[in-house]
Design a protein around this ligand. Structure first.
Ligand code: F6R
Length: 580
């Protein structure tokens, strides 16, 4: 989704902002722009990639500025619709992340009062509203303007004649960076890294001013204290570290991520009230939802606690009663559907638990209690290390909820198992997937959500149509699609589902589908019936499940590279989905 960066200090604002926007590219965007205040407002904005236009944007003069990467929601991607947006006089510049729901009514009202709009965006209305209320005090005008807005926003405003940036947030992330003689504002901490480790996470309803003297935060017009926090992520962590793509780097970080996350959750991490709930409702989207499904299988069988797993986007249609605890899983902590579900759970007075990777993200401010993954920043759009980190948190959670605590020790083997998998040659499987138009991924039990996740990874980065299925369901319809041109990736590890999976594979083979089988090293029975066999280390079922997930990430990655896809920023996708 959109990203914003603001700067006031002693450097070239345009350079800092363009560089910061590049660090936010992972969120997905179609256009970008910068405005500097020198003290005239100068703007450069256009559709397309920052790398192609960076130099032109960086020519803007001044040490105060705001910038934006846009992912179109209202109005097509175009130069005109790119932010910053200006008022009629061209003296007030605004960048915005979020959605102004009542923009149409406000636009009509302002047009009747003579304002001229230049774009189709919802954001432009904010610039005109500020102009409408401006009487020489920018902060007062912003305050009055935001009081009229319905929807979500993170806003940065700068205006001619004012050596300051005004920032405001409601339901969209915004963080301040506190440097030495310089201040920053951004959608997340990545643009600040390398400049400062001192950050302030703004809360919903906060308005902040950044000027030459310092920074202040207000609720309405009352000053409030906000703590400065230290972020330990360094610049190197967010660079590619020698890998061709962020995604590959992040896949290779997984042994450590799994270990760190597993050991980051201790008995003290989980307050007593979450230990034996009568039931658990898990809500999440995409890969995080798949992690939630794994939790359902594991928690019900281990703890005998009923678990329902719901998609964030469907939860609003779910009719209560809502009982037990509600747990949301979200890497970014900003997914709009997941946040809406969390708010609904709170409205029903359910104890809420969040699992996220981002300290200070919106979800952490709403949930009663948060458990953190330790994945570090995930830049590639496709979730990899965050998924494995979610599994680590969820497995520890089951350990803490279960009186038996019987697999904690086995998980210690996971990081070495992942390391083994990372060295696996999977080129023959890639050869089968690369020319395919359609793929099936099948598994049973715990491996069913892993099949869903494997298929999601393949479709999002290779653009091959891939379906994840419970292996037993294929004969209830999809069998009609099987042929020599429809390869099947079958997850067949030793355990409860092994023999029935073998039978399912034979049935698929009989329909001429090429089979890529993933199973325990040296499994002769499986090797004999599949076309390509990929071994994983034989160990505890949960470790096999994690290893299989990592293998499927590699399969998607290598297939996408073979097809020359934009691996880290697949078309039409955004890293953080902050609209419902
Ligand atoms: C897939 C992917 C998405 C996210 C989903 C939820 O690779 O990354 O499906 O998992 O958008 O995002 P979070 O976990 O940030 O709520």
């Amino acid at each position: 989704m959109c990203g914003i960066v603001g700067y006031i200090g002693f450097r070239s604002a345009a350079s800092v902002i363009v560089e910061g926007l590049q660090k936010l590219e992972y969120r997905g965007y179609d256009s970008f722009g910068v405005a500097t205040n020198n003290p005239r407002i100068d703007v450069y904005k256009c559709e397309g990639k920052i790398s192609e236009k960076a130099q032109a944007a960086q020519r803007l003069h001044g040490s105060i500025g705001v910038g934006h990467t846009r992912w179109a929601t209202h109005g097509v991607p175009s130069d005109r619709n790119a932010h910053p947006h200006l008022d009629c006089t061209g003296r007030i510049a605004v960048v915005h992340n979020g959605i102004i729901e009542n923009y149409a009514a406000l636009t009509r009202e302002l047009e009747e009062r003579g304002h001229r709009f230049r774009s189709e965006t919802d954001t432009e209305v904010v610039a005109h509203l500020i102009e409408e209320y401006y009487r020489g005090d920018l902060v007062a005008a912003v305050r009055q303007a935001i009081a009229r807005l319905k929807g979500s926003y993170a806003l940065l405003v700068t205006a001619e004649g004012h050596e300051e940036i005004v920032a405001a947030r409601d339901s969209s992330p915004l963080v301040l960076g506190i440097g030495d003689q310089e201040l920053f504002a951004a959608s997340d901490v990545t643009p600040l890294l390398g400049y400062t480790e001192r950050v302030v996470y703004l809360e919903d309803g906060d308005l902040a001013t950044l000027d030459r003297e310092g920074w202040h935060v207000y609720r309405a017009d009352t000053p409030v204290r906000r703590e400065i926090e230290h972020v330990s992520w360094d610049v190197e962590t967010v660079r590619k570290g020698g890998f061709r793509h962020y995604m590959l780097k992040e896949i290779f970080e997984q042994p450590k991520v799994f270990y760190d996350t597993l050991h980051g959750i201790t008995p003290e991490s989980l307050p007593e009230r979450y230990r034996r709930p009568s039931e658990i409702t898990v809500v999440a989207c995409g890969s995080s939802y798949h992690a939630g499904l794994v939790f359902k299988y594991l928690c019900e069988s281990t703890c005998r606690i009923p678990v329902r797993a719901e998609l964030g986007s469907e939860f609003k249609y779910f009719t209560p009663p809502l009982k037990g605890i509600v747990m949301v899983i979200t890497q970014s902590g900003e997914t709009a559907d997941t946040l809406a579900a969390l708010k609904k759970a709170k409205a029903y007075n359910c104890p809420t638990l969040a699992i996220t990777n981002v300290l200070g993200s919106s979800v952490t401010r709403i949930a009663d209690h948060t458990l953190y993954m330790r994945a570090g920043p995930e830049i590639s759009v496709a979730a990899t290390k965050s998924f494995v980190a979610q599994l680590a948190v969820l497995m520890q959670l089951v350990n803490l909820m279960s009186p038996k605590n019987d697999f904690a020790e086995s998980l210690e083997r996971a990081n070495s198992a992942i390391e083994e998998v990372l060295l696996q040659d999977i080129s023959r499987a890639v050869e089968i997937c690369r020319p395919a138009q359609h793929l099936f991924y099948v598994g049973r039990g715990l491996f069913y959500p892993i099949a869903l996740e494997g298929a999601l990874k393949m479709k999002e980065i290779s653009y091959i149509h891939a379906e994840g299925y419970a292996a037993g369901e294929l004969k209830h319809g999809p069998f009609a699609l099987l042929s020599e041109e429809t390869p099947v990736v079958a997850l067949c590890s030793p355990g409860d589902t092994y023999s029935i999976m073998l039978s399912n594979i034979k049935e698929m083979k009989a329909r001429n589908a090429p089979i890529i089988g993933i199973g325990a090293r040296g499994d002769r029975e499986l090797i004999d019936i599949v076309d390509v066999f990929i071994p994983i280390p034989e160990c505890h079922e949960l470790v096999q499940m994690i290893s299989t997930s990592v293998l499927l990430q590699l399969l998607a990655y290598q297939t996408a590279v073979a097809l020359d896809r934009d691996v880290d920023q697949p078309r039409n996708l955004a890293k953080s989905v902050t609209v419902e």
